[in-house]
Design a protein around this ligand. Structure first.
Ligand code: CUO
Length: 686
């Protein structure tokens, strides 16, 4: 099969709501669909339809008429319904469809079944399942599907923006001209500043932040073929990545004079935070439901989604998980107990809590995290009386917009911390004999140890997601946080007499609590934001390590967050393009540091150099995407650090102040983050 056919799979991401027999792609391509793939009502006129659509197209792609697999499970989801990776029934449907895509013997068969699916299967379910399959099939490596925000812009932006984009698209199909009049997505469009939660809307509703979260769940599905779900330390990464989101969110809240997020741990308590999403749900042609202030979770009975669960079950599952943590052992289905050990306990718990198919006892420990999303997202219509859709908490591409997401995940994070609190302190496992870190400094345009942030305007292409409009290209301009890049300078002395390898671990944390007093060290530990982690050779004697902020191991650059097709490097199948695949997962680089304050928000920057011999994971990572390995792992490889994720702050520490915790191979420095309330345009990229 030629690479041309492989690339043609990307046409299924274009105009996702339109059937596969309508022109796809900017170049005007049409799939020649076998008659029996058409809906029954159109089969009699399919030849006439095809000849009408074929007129004037630049290329016709014949679709092989294959013996179609059994699609009865994914077909159960109505074409116009929502699809959620948190709803067990939907997850089963996706698992079945991914399995089908994975089992197609070659690309031609895959293309054929996709052509059928784009006519008969729910577009969100189809898009998700095909994305997972492309990420994991060997013969589709190097295919870079477009940004999800480009495919389904309705999940990321104000409907007024989309309306305006469609207008521009309708009147102007000249790409260059339409790009001269981008539509502007207003910042903070979901509430007024009278609502304090709105002060951090720039974080919650950031397009790149939401794309990261969607992409993470795409790379780490909870339920599908075992070989896809069973990635190295995926349960631990579920805990760690979400824990870091909470740490980052709390830092933003503190910068904005808000209290740290309070965990939602009383499931019968009203939720004071309201959320009115103002998003367009294109599939169902209806608005996303809001959640009014003081809504309450109710027992769910929605036969259509095959969800029947009582709020009480959340209590039950939590209790069982807490018992397992206090006993440091989980109950297995055969009645025996399995200890939660220091090394793998967090991974076992992560899979139990989420819950994935890797959960070792789903019947007993239930489906706590996912059902929490469902209870909250259906709290306005728990019994489907009003035939309402789920709210944004039900969808991994929109959940982070809602303040309650952070309350729910703060609760989940507390549960993981209960386990971490049972572990012994690291003690001398923190040491690296012979290595002394004398200082860490930050150099930036604002001077020594001063970070600086501002607003920036960037553009994202909407073309592929504007269904049922004339073909054209529209740019949406949105405003996001940005910082000036900076360099860490770390002074090290190696007195071992020989060159050694170290792992440099850099974190940042606020220093003051809500009252302006010094944070206790255990509170500060929970707020530690991982900034970077890299291996480094350290020559004997004194040396200075210089590291630029853009190299961060948690972030991906703007170009990878939004990935317009035109920016893709190399041809499909080349190493350059292959690297791009997995690479959509990663914290957007422009959100690397919290916003700060105009007067300068105080933070500490922390560095530790640990012994690489104890950290390293033997594996070849050439040709793999490892830009954001800290939060996303490395594709098809082991997590590239043998230590617990979040090391050394993942365990409680017996110290009142960070200075009491410092070892010779660590250093800290006081810094400030200065925010300038001005919008700059994104400078043109080389
Ligand atoms: Cu990512 Cu709850 O897991 O949203």
């Amino acid at each position: 099969m030629s690479s041309v056919t492989k690339k043609d799979l990307l046409l299924f991401f274009d105009r996702p709501m339109e059937p596969s027999f309508i022109t796809k792609g900017e170049d005007g391509v049409i799939f020649q669909i076998p008659m029996n793939y058409f809906p029954k009502t159109l089969q009699a006129v399919s030849a006439e339809l095809m000849s009408r659509f074929e007129k004037g197209v630049k290329r016709i792609v014949p679709v092989r008429d294959i013996q179609l697999p059994d699609l009865s499970v994914p077909k159960q989801l109505d074409f116009n319904d929502q699809f959620s990776v948190f709803i067990p029934k939907h997850v089963k449907m996706a698992a079945a469809l991914i399995n089908i895509f994975m089992e197609m013997r070659d690309l031609e068969e895959l293309q054929s079944v996709c052509a059928y699916c784009q006519i008969h299967i729910n577009p969100y379910l189809f898009n998700y399942s095909l994305s997972v399959a492309i990420l994991h099939r060997k013969d589709t490596q190097g295919l870079n599907f477009p940004s999800y925000a480009e495919v389904f812009p309705g999940k990321f932006m104000d409907p007024r923006t989309l309306k305006r984009a469609r207008e521009i698209n309708a009147i102007e199909t000249n790409k260059e001209k339409s790009q001269q009049m981008p539509v502007v997505i207003p910042i903070n469009f979901t509430a007024s500043d009278l609502e304090p939660e709105q002060w951090v809307a720039y974080f919650r509703e950031d397009i790149g932040v939401n794309l990261h979260h969607w992409h993470w769940h795409l790379v780490y599905p909870a339920d599908t073929v075992l070989s896809i779900v069973n990635k190295d330390r995926r349960g631990e990464l579920f805990y760690y990545m979400h824990s870091q989101i909470i740490a980052r969110y709390n830092a933003e809240r503190l910068c904005n004079k808000l209290r740290r997020v309070s965990p939602y741990n009383n499931f019968f308590e009203p939720i004071p935070e309201a959320y009115f999403p103002k998003l367009e749900s294109t599939v169902a042609s209806r608005a996303w439901p809001p959640r009014f202030a003081n809504s309450v979770m109710h027992n769910l009975h929605r036969p259509m989604q095959q969800i029947k669960s009582d709020v009480y079950e959340l209590e039950l599952w939590r209790g069982r998980l807490q018992t397992a943590i206090s006993e440091m052992a989980i109950l297995l289905p055969d009645g025996s107990k399995m200890p939660l050990d220091e090394e793998t306990g967090i991974d076992v718990l992560g899979n139990l809590v989420e819950a994935t198919i890797l959960s070792l006892n789903r019947a007993y420990y239930g489906n706590m995290h996912n059902m929490g999303h469902n209870f909250i997202s259906y709290c306005h219509d728990p019994e489907d009386k009003y035939l309402e859709l789920y709210g944004v908490m039900g969808d991994s591409s929109t959940a982070m917009r809602d303040p309650v997401f952070y309350r729910w995940h703060a609760f989940v994070d507390d549960l993981f911390q209960e386990y971490k609190n049972k572990l012994p302190p690291y003690g001398d496992k923190l040491d690296f004999a012979g290595i002394q870190v004398s200082s860490i400094n930050v150099e930036s345009v604002r001077g020594a140890n001063r970070f600086s942030t501002h607003w920036e305007q960037s553009e994202v292409e909407l073309d592929g997601g504007l269904d049922f409009t004339p073909r054209g290209s529209v740019l949406a301009r949105f405003t996001h946080l940005q910082h000036d890049e900076f360099t860490y300078k770390i002074n090290v002395h190696n007195s071992s007499g020989k060159d050694v390898m170290g792992t440099v671990r850099i974190f940042m944390a606020p220093t003051l609590n809500e009252e302006g007093n010094q944070l206790s060290f255990n509170d500060q530990r929970r707020l530690m934001i991982e900034m970077d982690k890299f291996s480094q050779s350290i020559p004997a004697g004194s040396s200075t390590i210089s590291r630029i902020s853009t190299e961060s191991s948690v972030t991906i650059p703007y170009e990878r967050v939004f990935r317009p097709q035109s920016n893709r490097p190399g041809k499909p199948g080349t190493p350059a393009a292959a690297e791009f695949d997995f690479c959509g997962c990663g914290w957007p680089h422009y959100m690397l540091i919290p916003k700060g304050t105009p007067e300068g928000y105080p933070v500490i920057i922390y560095v530790m150099i640990s012994n690489w011999e104890e950290d390293r994971v033997e594996q070849d990572t050439t040709g793999t995407c490892k830009n954001a390995a800290s939060y996303c792992g490395i594709r098809d490889r082991k997590y590239p650090d043998r230590r617990a994720m979040g090391f050394p702050f993942d365990r409680p520490i017996k110290a009142n102040k960070i200075t009491e915790f410092l070892k010779p191979n660590m250093a800290i420095n006081d810094c400030t983050i200065h925010f300038t309330d001005k919008v700059q345009e994104r400078p043109p990229q080389a």
